[in-house]
Structure formats: C-alpha cells, structure tokens
Design a binder for this molecule. Structure first.
Ligand code: PPE
Length: 305
C-alpha cells in the first residue's frame, strides 16, 4: 500500500523532517534482518487522538528486543512519550504508527554485540488493510504452503524484521493464487496465525484462538478481542486449532492492529457463514473501543498529549 507522507519522523530522540529520515545503505539491519518493530494505531476520540494500547505495544517492542538480545537505549516511558510526540506532530486525528529498533551503520558481520541500536518512529495515514468491507464481504483465505517459523529457528513471538520474509512469502503466494490472505500452520501442522493477523474460529458456541506456543505472535488485538468477547458473554479458549476445525467452523475472524477485526468468507474454498453474529458483535464493540466510545475500555486509549 502506498505511503502518504507526514511532516516528521522521530529518530534517536529528535523529530526530523520526513525526507531527512534516512539511513546508510550499510545499515546492519538492512542486511541481516535483525531489527524489531511494532504496528500501532492512533484513533480520533472525543478527547483528541488516542494511541490504542500504546504502552502494551512499546512493552512488546522491548520483549521482542529481549528475545533477540538487542539493547534499546531508551525506557518504555521514553518511547511511549516519543510516540505521542510523533503522533501529535502529524496533526492527524488518526494514523498508523511504526516504531522500529534497528542496528545502524558502523558494523558489518553477524556479530551484533558491538552494534549500536537506533530507534525510529514514523506515522502515516493507513486505511483498510484487508479491504474496505471488513464485515460484509469477508476475506478469502488459503492455507499457505509456507510453514510458520519454529521457536528454535526464528522465534515467532518476537516481532523481528527478518520474521516477515516468512509472512511475505505466504502473502504473495495467496494473492497470486487469487486469495486475500494466507493462514500459516506451525511445523506441528497446527494453525498458528495469518501473515499479519491472529485468527479466531467459532465452533458450537465456543471461540478458539491458538496460543503463542503454536507459533502465533502475542497479538494485542487478539488480547483486546478476547476480553471483549468474554465481556459479551461468550466462552473463549486459547487452544490448538487444526485446519479441519477451520473447514467446519461456524465463524472465523482474524484481527490485528492494521486489519482490525475482519470476517473470513472461506478457507481453501470451503465457504464459512460470514459475517457470523459473534464476529459482528466483537467487531462492532472493538470499533467503538478504539475510538474511546466504550467506557469500560477507556484505559486502552492513551491520549497523545
Ligand atoms: N501476527 C502477525 C504475524 C502480525 O504481523 C500481527 C500484526 C499480528 C499477528 C497481530 O498483532 P497485533 O497488531 O498486536 O494485534 N501485524 C501488523 C501488520 C504488519 C504490516 O506491516 O503489514 C499490524 O497489524 O500492525
């Protein structure tokens, strides 16, 4: 999706002009994929732009860094404030936010121990990630021929730059085959997640979503949606899902910061009822929660002040 520019990007403590936020071609992460990143959304609320679960996202950035042994030379609080400052500098009521911690210019070779960590935070307006009609139309899914990373190869719980080669292979394969998105299975054969979303399936009134141990990212939208579904009175279990569970599901939906909550219309051409009533209710509540219109989830909306 093409990028729309905004005035400033935060780089190592300073807001610099968008066009000046550049790196050298020998930037370490560009060669070895060793960076970690986040994807966050800021939404317009009655009290001004609010960054949804900002502290949890920044905490996950630090968790990703910890998994790969990267030191981030800032505190969680500093990057939370830096994100708010960057969002404010755009003047936009809502936007997508991309914090990135990467090994910069100055060292080459696989030993990252001497590398300096640089941090950047960029914002831009980003529309619908999986198509405009998240509920009505639903996405057509294909089980990928690409297997999700294993915990002992590329830790899937860390949102590392390099991990996304796996997601891109699966995404492009699905698109070229005429589908909208891919579902990725772990080496065990169990359902892990999608290329950029976590997955939920409803069977006999119970909502299931795979655990981190199945190779899923510890999704923040997955956690928000799980809480919303339970608060709406539904039974929800974090449990393993087999591909057959998907083929005979009553409803399937996927969720992520960029995609929000999106219904699934088919998996490998097996039609799934879409949008199902649980998907609709969860998606509608999520849509209100991110905009500060659900009193009980107001803590999730961190004002960009
Ligand atoms: N799994 C993967 C692999 C993933 O990339 C995302 C986010 C999720 C699950 C959902 O996580 P969360 O956003 O915390 O609910 N995918 C990002 C899109 C990446 C992209 O640049 O494209 C996102 O939604 O921001």
């Amino acid at each position: 999706m093409p990028i729309t520019t905004t005035p400033k990007i935060w780089m190592n403590g300073e807001l610099v002009d968008w066009d000046k936020a550049q790196v050298h071609v020998l930037t370490h992460t560009l060669h070895y994929g060793t960076g970690v990143f986040e994807g966050i959304r800021a939404y317009e609320t009655d009290r001004g732009p609010a960054v949804f679960r900002l502290t949890d996202h920044i905490q996950r950035l630090f968790n990703s860094a910890r998994i790969v042994g990267m030191e981030i030379p800032y505190t969680v609080e500093e990057l939370v404030q830096a994100t708010k400052d960057t969002v404010k500098s755009t003047g936009l009521p809502s936007c997508y936010v991309r914090p990135l911690a990467y090994y910069g210019y100055g060292e080459m070779g696989l030993n990252t121990l001497p590398c300096r960590t640089d941090v950047a935070i960029a914002c831009w307006p980003w529309g619908a990630y999986l198509g405009d009609d998240a509920l009505g139309k639903g996405v057509r899914m294909k089980i990928s021929s690409w297997t999700r990373h294993d915990h002992n190869t590329m830790p899937p719980a860390a949102k590392t730059v390099g991990n996304y080669v796996n997601s891109s292979l699966a995404k492009v394969e699905a698109l070229k085959a005429g589908y909208d998105e891919a579902i990725m299975l772990a080496p065990s054969g169990l359902v892990a997640e999608c290329t950029g979303e976590n997955i939920f399936c409803v069977r006999n009134g119970t909502i299931l979503t795979p655990p981190l141990s199945a190779g899923a990212l510890e999704g923040i939208t997955q956690s928000s949606v799980s809480r919303i579904a339970r608060d709406l009175g539904h039974e929800l279990r974090v449990d393993n899902i087999a591909r057959s569970d998907l083929y005979i599901a009553d409803e399937i939906f996927v969720c992520g910061t960029a995609a929000e909550v999106h219904s699934v219309r088919s998996v490998d051409d097996r039609e799934i009822p879409c949008p199902g009533p649980i998907t609709r209710a969860v998606a509608e509540t999520y849509g209100r929660a991110v905009r500060g219109k659900e009193a009980r989830y107001l803590d999730w909306c961190e004002l960009a002040v």
